[in-house]
Design a protein around this ligand. Structure first.
Ligand code: DAT
Ligand code: MG
Length: 151
């Protein structure tokens, strides 16, 4: 099984708007462990596989166009409870409904430009990390601050 992991991605609007550092910082400061990170131009077939559960939704073609419209920043983060916690840090799908203090609540105004993705379950965290990262792109490491994050 292994430790809990989530796939976080700065979407093309977040990259174009210069929000990459800001978004990475929120997860980094919280204390989760970064195990994978890359700037990546997503091909159409990968975007379709990632969002396959939404294939029948009317907004699916626009969603694929958006996600493939420019580079994204792919991240793998590890930690007990990281999936649900990251979803809280990200905020509601519609940025107008997202609480202030969340990434979408602070940095976005529309569902179709909601700047960041986060896995919705530990199973999908594993699935999405395997989908977006190749072997050798994930680092297993122990940060120097580990004993200061958990007793
Ligand atoms: P989330 O990204 O919060 O997990 P989701 O998985 O339901 O939300 O949908 C994935 C993405 O699809 C979402 O970030 C933006 C887009 N999307 C969802 N619902 C939408 C809608 N009603 N209209 C337009 N885009 C939508
Ligand atoms: Mg989702």
């Amino acid at each position: 099984e292994g430790p809990e992991e989530t796939y976080i991605m700065v979407k093309p609007d977040g990259v174009q708007r210069g929000l990459v550092g800001e978004i990475i910082s929120r997860f980094e400061k919280k204390g989760f462990l970064l195990k994978g990170l890359k700037l990546f131009q997503c091909p159409k077939d990968l975007a379709e596989e990632h969002y396959k559960d939404l294939k029948e939704r009317p907004f699916f073609p626009k969603l694929i166009e958006y996600i493939t419209s420019g580079p994204v920043v792919c991240m793998a983060w590890e930690g007990a409870g990281v999936v649900a916690s990251a979803r809280k840090l990200i905020g509601a799908t519609n940025p107008l409904q997202a609480e202030p203090g969340t990434i979408r609540g602070d940095l976005a105004v529309q569902t179709g430009r909601n700047v960041v993705h986060g896995s919705d379950s530990p199973e999908n965290g594993k699935r999405e990390i395997a989908l977006w990262f190749k072997e050798g792109e994930i680092c297993e490491w122990v940060p120097a601050q580990a004993p200061w994050l958990r007793e």
